[in-house]
Ligand binder design. Structure first.
Ligand SMILES: *[C@@H]1O[C@H](CO)[C@@H](O)[C@H](O)[C@H]1NC(C)=O
Ligand SMILES: *[C@@H]1O[C@H](CO)[C@@H](O)[C@H](O)[C@H]1NC(C)=O
Ligand SMILES: *[C@@H]1O[C@H](CO)[C@@H](O)[C@H](O)[C@H]1NC(C)=O
Ligand SMILES: *[C@@H]1O[C@H](CO)[C@@H](O)[C@H](O)[C@H]1NC(C)=O
Ligand SMILES: *[C@@H]1O[C@H](CO)[C@@H](O)[C@H](O)[C@H]1NC(C)=O
Ligand SMILES: *[C@@H]1O[C@H](CO)[C@@H](O)[C@H](O)[C@H]1NC(C)=O
Ligand SMILES: *[C@@H]1O[C@H](CO)[C@@H](O)[C@H](O)[C@H]1NC(C)=O
Ligand SMILES: *[C@@H]1O[C@H](CO)[C@@H](O)[C@H](O)[C@H]1NC(C)=O
Ligand SMILES: *[C@@H]1O[C@H](CO)[C@@H](O)[C@H](O)[C@H]1NC(C)=O
Length: 667
């Protein structure tokens, strides 16, 4: 189903150049002793990736108590009866695409996450995208965020760099938005283009809006030329309802001001002959301080709908800003244990979509996409122990399906830097780490579940079944593809040996006014972990990306798809759903046939020789984590870290070229 494109064969690993490297020596202020190293000194501390644990939120060790079982307990055996024909099922969503869940990548972490330049692509990232694409047909990725507002495209940078942090910090020192100012070259767009040539990735970019009297439209001009149809849209304004709070606009900046400024951009785009598609704008990307209705009351949609391809919002269900800025501005630091139960309920997704149902209807009338352009468990870095737990994986399954049911047309999970706990994937903490040492977050598994739930036909319509008397701990959705029931998703938010539940599923039959239509057998894939608090042992159909610092972006292990025999006489199937867990039941014969996507991955295993020690001074390796801070980092050495050393460093290349465990695209 997914084939190696012509460019794929150019992915060459010259294995004879590669030496195995297994750990990282750190000589920075964040080293083991916490003492800055003198440049050129012998390594005083050898830090494996695992030693970053608890120093950076992406590798925090917080492990929460699973919330107690609900009281009263919901019934743990209940029935779901659904029609087999879409026409007999009320409340279906609009047709949805398998790439519903995509990713939003902060522009400042592009080199760590996506690639160093157009010929140096992060292989684990390619593998992760391929995992989505082989299930969804495509994947949508936004490169932007706060950084897009002040980023500037330049022809070239010193040392042939693709991205450089501008020397002066942005004028605002506002909290929650301490992002670096970036300069970047068209090489970034070539990088994205080259990725699209390898996997079916489509991109959203952002037109900077920090200064509408001196617009910088170069990104759209260049991306239209370089990416063509692979660029889906240009966001104009990232959370404009926070501009005043963040000091980017006067304190009285309001909806009319944004409406007017947006008009300036629209007019400039119309007049720019180098922008070939002028109707690809994405807006208004409100964070929630303004309601969509208040903005639309300015005439925003009447004036500009024809320029929009996506009506977008950006919202997180909670924020953890006090942890990042503990000076009281954001009140007391929230306790992750206290907020944990908020995520383990169907109510979370329902409450998240509620403010947007009206806008979803408007978008549908206007024929526009309606996307949650940036979201995750909590802004300001997430909650350690929550955002990186299995609980967040089943939360994101329910939230994604709830958005699809509510006529959103897509949603993007945000990827921050090394110091956030919610990342769907995190590259190793140093740019010299090897490429099988990524960390795949629980919410990444949710994107695979969602992709398989919706499939590749663009025709999947979703309905929230509200089973078990709409109990919030046992939600379920039906997915109709073309005109017939294809799949059912069952979620169990409860945690405990005794709170698995059994669904008695009936397709068609008297209850729904159709002939009995339960198949002889169904196939079921499970998203599982031992507990909602689990951070590493997560499996999708018994396969895993591995624990922290263990991923190369490929699923490993023996895939297991459960076959359950149904009782056609009784028109029932018994589907068990463990606590906690989520089950995807494949019903139609097409769905059952497609339950097992053929896997295509980019190999990262070509390694050969013995470990080789390499040392580097921290001063040479200072790097940014992109989320708003600077992280001085690293070097490599043969070492103590337990991670398997399945990757090489090309010794024939300069030190600067062997970072990130990236794969050199030879052409
Ligand atoms: C907008 O960003 C650019 C690039 O960082 C900067 O040169 C310019 O001064 C900024 N404009 C305003 C009004 O802040
Ligand atoms: C890949 O990147 C290189 C360097 O920018 C560029 O010359 C080439 O055209 C790109 N290939 C594709 C398929 O975009
Ligand atoms: C990471 O974030 C925490 C707050 O969650 C903060 O205390 C810490 O200083 C940050 N670390 C770095 C290296 O930025
Ligand atoms: C989604 O759109 C469909 C088609 O217009 C409509 O019937 C359905 O009620 C909408 N769903 C929600 C939750 O508003
Ligand atoms: C689904 O939609 C995408 C985007 O519009 C399109 O590229 C793709 O060809 C469609 N797939 C099918 C099977 O129609
Ligand atoms: C589910 O059904 C299985 C098989 O009949 C049974 O062993 C199990 O106890 C049931 N679980 C619940 C929670 O009812
Ligand atoms: C699940 O995967 C493990 C590890 O690959 C394998 O040992 C086990 O047999 C698999 N279980 C099933 C039921 O296939
Ligand atoms: C590591 O990344 C930083 C920031 O991107 C860069 O300045 C440095 O040169 C990189 N190190 C190597 C060895 O490329
Ligand atoms: C791409 O980046 C790698 C690693 O930094 C470097 O070795 C290579 O020269 C770069 N290629 C180009 C065309 O800039």
């Amino acid at each position: 189903m997914f084939r190696l494109g012509p460019l794929g064969v150019l992915l060459v690993l010259a294995s004879q150049w590669y030496y195995a490297v297994s750990a990282v020596t750190v000589y920075g202020p964040l080293g083991a002793q916490g003492t800055p190293a003198s440049s050129g000194a012998a390594p005083s501390a050898t830090l494996g990736n695992a030693d970053w644990t608890n120093k950076l939120n992406a590798y925090n060790n917080v492990r929460l108590q699973p919330p107690p079982l609900p009281s009263p307990m919901p019934p743990t055996a209940f029935s779901i009866a659904v029609p087999s024909q879409a026409q007999n099922m009320p409340g279906l969503s609009i047709p949805q695409r398998g790439d519903f869940w995509g990713f939003s990548i902060e522009m400042s972490v592009v080199q760590q996450v996506i690639g160093k330049n157009a010929s140096f692509i992060q292989v684990p990232f390619l593998n992760l995208l391929a995992a989505v694409v082989e299930r969804a047909g495509s994947v949508r990725i936004r490169v932007g965020g706060n950084t897009q507002e002040t980023a500037t495209l330049v022809d070239s940078l010193a040392d042939n760099a693709m991205i450089e942090k501008a020397k002066s910090a942005p004028s605002s020192s506002a909290k929650g938005d301490a992002t670096p100012t970036l300069l970047y070259t068209p090489e970034l767009l070539h990088l994205l283009s080259n990725i699209s040539a390898l996997v079916n990735a489509k991109w959203y970019l952002g037109i900077p809006m920090n200064d509408t009297s001196n617009l910088r439209l170069q990104i759209a001009e260049a991306a239209d030329a370089i990416l063509g149809d692979n660029v889906l849209g240009y966001q104009v304004g990232n959370e404009p309802d926070l501009y005043a709070d963040h000091g980017h606009r006067p304190a009285d900046y309001d909806q009319n001001d944004y409406n007017n400024e947006f008009g300036v951009v629209v007019a400039a785009v119309q007049q720019d002959s180098k922008i070939t598609n002028k109707n690809k704008l994405v807006a208004p990307s409100l964070q929630g301080t303004w309601t969509p209705e208040d903005l639309f009351a300015t005439g925003f949609l009447d004036s500009y709908a024809s320029s929009l391809s996506v009506i977008a919002m950006e919202h997180y269900p909670d924020q953890n800003c006090a942890a990042e800025f503990p000076d009281g501005t954001f009140g007391p630091i929230k306790d992750p244990q206290t907020v944990f139960p908020n995520y383990l309920t169907h109510a979370s997704g329902q409450n998240l979509v509620k403010p947007y149902l009206n806008t979803a209807g408007i978008a549908q009338q206007l024929g526009k996409e309606f996307m949650m352009f940036e979201t995750n468990t909590a802004s300001c870095g997430g909650f350690p122990g929550v955002s990186d737990s299995f609980g967040s994986a089943i939360w994101a399954v329910d939230y994604g399906l709830q958005m699809a049911y509510s006529n959103f047309t897509g949603a993007l999970l945000h990827v921050g830097g090394q110091n956030v706990s919610y990342n769907p994937f995190t590259p190793p903490p140093t740019n010299l780490s090897v490429f099988d040492q990524w960390t795949v977050g629980p919410v990444f598994y949710s994107t695979l579940f969602m992709a398989e739930a919706l499939g590749t036909t663009n025709s999947s319509r979703v309905v929230d079944l509200l089973p078990n008397d709409a109990n919030p701990f046992t939600p379920a959705y039906a997915i109709y593809e073309e005109h017939a029931l294809a799949r059912i998703a069952l979620i169990n938010f409860m945690d405990g040996q005794t709170a698995g539940y059994n669904v008695t599923l009936s397709i068609g039959g008297n209850q729904v006014g159709e002939p009995n239509d339960t198949p002889a057998q169904v196939k079921v894939k499970y998203l599982l972990a031992p507990s909602v608090s689990e951070k590493e042992q997560i499996t999708w159909a018994n396969q895993t990306f591995g624990g922290r610092f263990q991923a190369d972006g490929r699923l490993s292990g023996q895939e297991f798809i459960q076959t359950i025999t149904c009782d056609q006489g009784a028109n029932t199937c018994q589907i068990p759903v463990p606590a906690p867990g989520a089950a995807l039941v494949f019903l139609s014969s097409d769905a059952q046939t497609n339950a097992d996507p053929t896997t295509m991955t980019f190999s990262t295993t070509a390694v050969t020789k013995a470990a080789e020690t390499l040392t580097v001074a921290a001063s040479a390796l200072a790097t940014s984590n992109g989320h708003g801070g600077k992280l001085p980092l690293s070097g490599t050495s043969k070492g103590s870290s337990g991670g398997a050393a399945a990757i090489g460093v090309p010794l024939s290349l300069s030190l600067a070229s062997m970072l990130f465990g990236a794969l050199v695209l030879l052409r």
